[in-house]
Design a protein around this ligand. Sequence first.
Ligand code: PGA
Length: 248
Amino acid sequence: MRVPVMAGNWKMHMNSNETKSFIHDLRGRVEDTEVKVILCVPFTSISAAKDALAGTKIGLGAQNMSWEEKGAFTGEISPDMLLSEGVEYVIIGHSERRAIFKETDDMINKKVVKALEKGLIPILCVGETLEEREEHKAKEVTKHQLKEALKGVRVKEMEKIIVAYEPVWAIGTGKTASPEDANEMAVFIRETLKELYGEETSEEVIIQYGGSVKPGNVEEIMNQSDVDGALVGGASLKVEDFEKIVNF
Ligand code: PGA
């Protein structure tokens, strides 16, 4: 049984004071849910989030990390730094990091491997651009991203990873993949994981959909057979909206 996982990706929003008040407001509203809730906050808000989340079951996540452990890497944050602040999850390979900050499949693979080695749970993002979809390459591209990101990852580790299917054209655009399209890709991702890791493992992996998830479309998306949760950007910044998504 896969427990649904709803993760907020705050991106570059919410300073530490805003983080505190958001979490204090959210806490009581999602207390009774069976859904696993995660907040992926900016680095500078991690400490505030950790304090505000104390005593809740909400998981704390970061949005990126270095694959290096320490050294002369100006501006980078190591996995140990995240761990020392109570971080459990880390988004890796988000399309904004791939497109704007030129992260390659190789860099993403190093981050996934390092996160697992350190005991952080990767939320690995994959998905095609609009151009790729129009050229009917969505599956090919997504499979390639998955295989490259997972090089060297063992079966036992794979069971822990959360995969987020995020078609780039649906992120922050208000355009959502149809629930059927989202599911078709989730099924395809699970098939790919089955090829790589066997059926038992592939059936355990949480596959989220991300891209303009909001209170009005979450239920339909979650009704699909292979979508186990959502990675939510914009709608995770409003307590009322995120609460509705969690309690879909
Ligand atoms: P969005 O972002 O919900 O604002 O489309 C999703 C994401 O980038 O993870």
